[in-house]
Ligand binder design. Structure first.
Ligand SMILES: Nc1nc2c(ncn2[C@@H]2O[C@H](COP(=O)(O)OP(=O)(O)OP(=O)(O)O)[C@@H](O)[C@H]2O)c(=O)[nH]1
Length: 340
């Protein structure tokens, strides 16, 4: 990519940005389809040589944080959908690459519009997640920055390096136009790095590991290198049903619908799960169940298939739908449904 013309003597900050841009955009074409070599498998590393640290992924809703976490971990541990506010909990995923162990913290997108109990709880989760990390990946959509992004940026603690991760770079058709935008971002915050990329491009993910590793402190790993997440199977089951619920009901169903697990049992290689989808109004129930129960059946089938893939075993999944009006406005109920 060529950088548009600029003053003859760029300032040191400009030069740094040029170098980062050249590294980020230079010879690599982010949309190239050729797959990179697979991430290095965990190897035996002397604890004295190990590095391990926390990397928080933050940003407003729908910028691609969960897609990024799944790609970094190499397994689907955080659900994604086109609907904003899909991620409701702090989710931690691990990845060990060579001597480096990354502990990624995914956060719900910060909510600035409504002040209900659910959103207050989500915002507290975001702030808690970034307070004590080694690096923050601040995710925005490449070429865009609005008030909601600015509010998240304002909340980030001082003294922790922040990488500006300009995601969905594949949607930018004229790449040259990104340079002025990146310069304007440079004025907003002293970002440690500027990384235009696509969370859906494996080569970009590889590049991101290389960028992040230098921020990890030298210390022994905290987790078994084979381990991927701190979330339980029970939690993953509820999340997978929630993802299918949001994907298959489209925009009509309010984001306040949730899923609770009533039963989780393991019988040899079979897992039996019973879950309830909780909606706010009687009218929403029909949207979830669909004509002759078709929608609910599809939600169940797709969630079951994903869980079977994740756990590599047979799953028996039973789904129910219940109405509980006003749960997202009720602090006690928000807690009872598993939000911190
Ligand atoms: N074109 C393109 N789409 C992307 C990219 N990354 C994510 N998406 C899409 O953006 C949408 C939102 O992605 P999520 O990963 O759910 O976003 P999120 O930031 O976790 O959203 P919340 O859970 O609402 O906070 C999904 O439809 C993704 O497929 C990308 O690099 N390129």
């Amino acid at each position: 990519m060529s950088i548009p013309s600029r003053p003859p003597t760029p300032s040191p900050a400009d030069q740094d940005l040029e170098a980062m841009l050249a590294r980020a955009l230079g010879k690599d074409d982010a949309t190239e389809a050729s797959a990179p070599p697979p991430a290095e498998e965990p190897v035996e590393v002397d604890p004295a040589d190990q590095r391990c640290g926390f990397v928080a992924i933050v940003g407003k809703p729908n910028v691609g944080k969960s897609t990024l976490l799944n790609a970094l971990v190499g397994q689907k541990i955080s659900i994604t959908s086109r609907k904003a506010q899909t991620t409701r909990h702090r989710i931690t995923g691990y990845r060990t690459v060579g001597a480096n162990q990354f502990v990624f913290v995914d956060t719900p997108g910060f909510q600035t519009r409504h002040g209900n109990a659910l959103n207050r709880s989500l915002n507290k989760t975001v702030l808690g997640a970034v307070a004590d990390v080694d690096l923050i990946l601040f995710v925005v959509e490449a070429g865009r920055f609005n008030l909601a992004d600015a509010k998240v940026l304002d909340l980030l603690p001082k003294g922790i390096p922040v990488v500006l991760l300009a995601n969905k770079f594949d949607l930018i058709h004229r790449r040259g136009e990104l340079a002025p935008w990146l310069r304007s971002m440079q004025e907003r915050h002293a970002f440690a790095e500027y990384v235009p990329m696509s969370a859906k491009n494996p080569r970009d993910i590889q590049r991101l590991f290389a960028i992040c590793e230098k921020y990890l402190p030298q210390q022994p790993w905290m987790h078994d290198p084979e381990e991927l997440t701190d979330r339980s199977e029970r939690f993953m089951a509820a999340e997978m049903v929630r993802e299918k619920l949001f994907r298959l009901t489209g925009d009509e169903l309010p984001y306040t619908s949730t899923v609770i697990i009533d039963k989780f049992e393991q019988e040899g290689a079979l897992r039996r799960v019973a879950a309830t989808i909780v909606v706010e109004r009687e009218g929403h129930k029909g949207m979830v169940i669909g004509e002759k129960g078709e929608k609910l059946k599809r939600i169940g089938t797709e969630a079951r298939q994903e869980l079977e893939k994740l756990w590599d075993c047979k799953v028996f999944l039973e789904l129910w739908v219940k109405v509980r009006s006003g749960w997202a406005d009720d602090d006690a109920r928000v807690r009872s449904f598993g939000y911190e």
